[in-house]
Design a protein. Structure first.
Length: 267
């Protein structure tokens, strides 16, 4: 008995092909595969282990200690590279204004810097004439050439805001005023990203600064316009590596002190 009595032989053959041919689904039509969490797990390279300091201010294991409270061996006079002659007592070094600026013997590119400073009790003066100093993150020449973060008594002491403590002098205003009273130790924690240069000597990328003052963020990866200048507009000039300089400012107020200075070079 014929299974399909009303179909011709040709129609029956066609139906047989359709029934027996598997349905092919293209990759485009297939449901998407769910991603696995392992696909976004990175296992290499493993970051090196660095033992932190025993306190928040203590130098970590891979840091270069620039001042430990006992010696100025890592510092020289900025004018002539003679041994630094600021006074050292009670774990701190204090500015000697007649000596002038001092700077590190070594030169650096990009780094993380910790430095503590203190405005003396009974500080006199006002505005910029009250505990004035500075941390030059890259001192590119003699004098006050380079990139400065301002040190000043800005606790209830009014001055122009791009010159108060924590400012990138005359360029960037700190996000907040986190100053402590005179007589109390204060801390800067700074990440300095050095500028880069093209083969023709023009600027490749600007310098960047991230900074905390007493644990409070005051600069969040801000780009600089160039080197610090007192008058006029900042600009860049090529350099490779540079020392860090501490300023002996000529204001008439009492000299300030520094302690616990350490640095981690960044690749």
């Amino acid at each position: 008995m014929r299974l399909f009595p009303d179909l011709s032989r040709y129609a029956l053959a066609t139906l047989t092909v359709l029934v027996l041919t598997p349905i092919v689904v293209s990759a485009q039509d297939a449901p998407p595969q769910r991603p696995r969490p392992q696909e976004t797990e990175v296992w290499q390279p493993v970051p090196p282990v660095v033992a932190p300091g025993t306190t928040d201010a203590a130098a970590p294991a891979d840091a270069l200690v620039l001042f430990d409270g006992t010696t100025l061996d890592e510092w020289v006079n900025s004018k002539d590279a003679s041994p630094a002659r600021w006074t050292v007592a009670d774990g701190a070094m204090t500015v000697v204004k007649s000596v002038g600026n001092i700077q590190t013997k070594r030169s650096f590119r990009s780094y993380q810097l910790h430095i503590e400073w203190r405005i003396p009790v009974g500080i006199t003066g006002k505005g910029q004439g009250r505990g004035n100093s500075g941390v030059f993150l890259a001192s590119t020449g003699k004098g006050d050439a380079g990139y400065e973060i301002q040190v000043l008594d800005s606790y209830e002491n009014e001055t122009y805001v791009n010159g108060q403590a924590g400012s990138i002098y005359k360029q960037r205003i700190p996000l907040v005023n986190a100053n402590r009273k005179p007589g109390e130790w204060q801390a800067f924690d700074i990440v300095w990203t050095a500028p880069t240069w093209k083969a023709d000597g023009t600027l490749g990328s600007p310098a960047y600064v991230t900074a905390f003052h007493n644990g409070v963020l005051i600069h969040d990866h801000v780009a600089l316009d160039g080197e610090t200048v007192f008058i006029g507009k900042p600009s860049y000039k090529p350099y490779d590596r540079a020392p860090i300089m501490l300023q002996s400012h000529g204001d008439p107020s009492e000299p300030i002190s520094f302690r616990n200075i350490w640095l981690r070079e960044l690749k």
